[in-house]
Design a protein around this ligand. Structure first.
Ligand code: 5HY
Length: 243
């Protein structure tokens, strides 16, 4: 099977980090195609960044449909454009936040999220409520590091994430940690060892869930709100979406 792992920001180094983690857990016979949009923010740290990135995600799904893709992973913890992406394909589309919440809820009764900037914490809280996991998440904590510090100053970023994860273990009464950024995909084992708690990371969680859905022959329903968008004209820079 072919899984297209889309990094919704436009930082190639982070796409590589995400690709390596995805390939590390992919099963035999699973091909990982790691991509990022041609245009968009170098990192996603606000609602505006998310809105622009969602269009890039849609374009990557359209490209994936021309490339015989069996499943998609949206590798940003805000799951930008998840539902619109599901409208554009029959293939399963998995967001890394949704995937991580599901798996964390299977191995713990309470978990906390450790994300990058405090200001994006609200996005994770909205998703927890939307996906029905708000009652199982004790806190959405922030290491207060810009997303690209994960690439530019990884040691300092790791120290901050471990500190915040340690605080979560001591203060939140939890059984697991969820890492709140696609760029943290290579930190799972290091943090789990340092903190002594199970750590769930979204990229690897999403790849395994995508494989399971494909193996079960389960596809995105085209009955109801996730049916293909109705063909229509688009103007200006979106003219290429016209059908
Ligand atoms: C992510 N931003 O996973 C989110 C993390 C965040 O560019 N990739 C990004 O802080 O919301």
């Amino acid at each position: 099977m072919k899984i297209r792992v889309i990094n919704p920001n436009t930082t190639a180094a982070m796409t590589d980090t995400i690709a390596q983690a995805a390939r590390r857990v992919a099963g035999p016979g699973t091909q990982i195609v790691a991509t990022q949009p041609a245009g968009g923010p170098v990192s996603i740290e606000s609602h505006f960044d998310e809105a622009v990135a969602a269009v890039g995600v849609a374009e990557e799904v359209m490209a994936g449909e021309r490339d015989g893709t069996d499943a998609y992973v949206i590798a940003c913890f805000g799951d930008p454009g998840l539902l619109s992406a599901r409208e554009l394909t029959r293939a399963p589309v998995i967001g890394i936040a949704e995937a991580a919440f599901h798996l964390a809820a299977m191995i713990s009764t309470r978990f906390s999220v450790v994300t990058t900037l405090g200001r994006t914490g609200i996005i994770a809280e909205h998703l927890l409520a939307q996906y029905g996991f708000a009652h199982q998440c004790r806190r959405v904590r922030a290491a207060e590091i810009p997303v690209l510090d994960l690439e530019h100053d990884p040691q300092a970023a790791l120290r901050r994430i471990i500190q915040e994860s340690q605080r979560a273990k001591e203060e939140d009464g939890i059984g697991a940690i969820v890492l709140g950024c696609g760029g943290m995909a290579d930190l799972t084992d290091t943090i789990a060892k340092a903190v002594g708690l199970p750590v769930v990371e979204g990229v690897t969680a999403a790849v395994k869930l995508a494989e399971s859905l494909v193996h079960l022959g389960l596809q995105t329903s085209k009955h109801g709100d996730l049916d293909f968008p109705r063909p229509k004209a688009f103007a200006g820079q979106f003219r290429h979406f016209s059908a």
